[in-house]
Design a protein around this ligand. Structure first.
Ligand SMILES: Nc1ncnc2c1ncn2[C@@H]1O[C@H](COP(=O)(O)OP(=O)(O)OP(=O)(O)O)[C@@H](O)[C@H]1O
Ligand SMILES: [Mg+2]
Length: 171
């Protein structure tokens, strides 16, 4: 089978509000079983972005997963399961994420610190790498879409972003 189409975009954010707005754009475009993986150091802005995503799906409230630790559930026009794996102690805990259960229930997933469970996520995903910029409120976001559904999310991001450069890709 051919490799899924991949495209990368670099986006800058100069404020927390702008990061929330970027997340909101992705949330608005989100559909069932979409996977968004958010990497980057502590305080880089991953949770702010997910907060925007929850607004994009028009979620009213956050609920701790009744079954799984490390997961919060947001229900709007679809369910978004938000996992923060920072405290995942080892591969044996991966079952506690319940990722397959969420995807089977047509939820979308937003995962912080996905490198703690490398190889456990679908290949087709929107991967976001958050980095610090020059000023205290500057952030640089490198977004890579793998697969058609993630490309759709990337386009939504691109529309609201001051996209600084398109590094590569097939389209
Ligand atoms: N442009 C920006 N985008 C996002 N957050 C910003 C920005 N500028 C400043 N901030 C601040 O940076 C912090 C980002 O925190 P956030 O919880 O989103 O980080 P995180 O990447 O989720 O970290 P962690 O790995 O600890 O979960 C917040 O305090 C926010 O106010
Ligand atoms: Mg966070």
């Amino acid at each position: 089978m051919a490799d899924p189409v991949t495209r990368t975009l670099t986006v800058s954010s100069t404020s927390e509000a702008q990061t929330v707005a970027l997340g909101r754009a992705v949330g608005t475009a989100l559909s069932a079983r979409d996977v968004v993986l958010l990497s980057g150091e502590l305080g880089a802005g991953k949770t702010r972005f997910v907060e925007g995503m929850t607004r994009g799906i028009e979620a009213d409230a956050e609920t701790r997963s009744p079954t799984f630790v490390l997961v919060n559930e947001y229900v709007g026009r679809l369910m978004l399961a938000h996992c923060d794996l920072y405290r995942l102690s080892g591969p044996e805990e991966i079952g506690e994420l319940g990722l397959d259960d969420y995807l089977a229930r047509d939820a979308a997933l937003a995962v912080e610190w996905p490198e703690r469970a490398r190889g456990e996520f679908p290949v087709e995903a929107l991967e976001l790498l958050f980095d610090f910029g020059e000023g205290p409120d500057d952030r640089v976001l490198i977004a890579t879409a793998v697969g058609d559904t993630a490309l759709r999310l990337l386009s939504a991001l691109e529309k609201v972003a001051s996209a600084t450069q398109v590094i590569g890709g097939d389209r």
